[in-house]
Design a protein around this ligand. Sequence first.
Ligand SMILES: O=C(CO)[C@H](O)[C@H](O)COP(=O)(O)O
Length: 150
Amino acid sequence: MRISVSSDMAAGVADALVADLRRRGHHVLAHGALNPGDGDDRDDWAWASEAAARDVAEGRADQAVVCCWTGTGASIAANKVPGVRAALCADAYTATGARRWNDANALALSLRVVSEPLLAEILDAWFEGRPSEEADDRANVAHVDTIARS
Ligand SMILES: O=C(CO)[C@H](O)[C@H](O)COP(=O)(O)O
């Protein structure tokens, strides 16, 4: 899978995240502090997360993983890009739910709270997860786009 990854800092599990994704066989596109000097406008969280989210929205990536110290800014910025559903996940159960119920296509992570073992659990759950095909779940996901357009 093509995964666009962003972070405003090369801290915590940021480098381990890129290595883990590559080990899983994914093609990684890196933004922000994970790819300084790549021509993106800025490496700060709002810009870096936007760049990764736009890769998804514009078809250059299948999914994104967006990081910042808290995970909140990266999540907020990614969710402003139409078509991107970013979920801030700090445990495997939440990652499973984000894929199943939210059809999330961007995983937001806090570099402050996610350890390497926890990262592996979250990524296992994320990549094993599949969107629900139940009508009420699809309706919820579709309504998110409706809200964004209103
Ligand atoms: O968690 C974040 C945003 O939600 C940032 O990573 C945090 O604010 C640190 O940014 P800076 O190093 O620019 O002060």
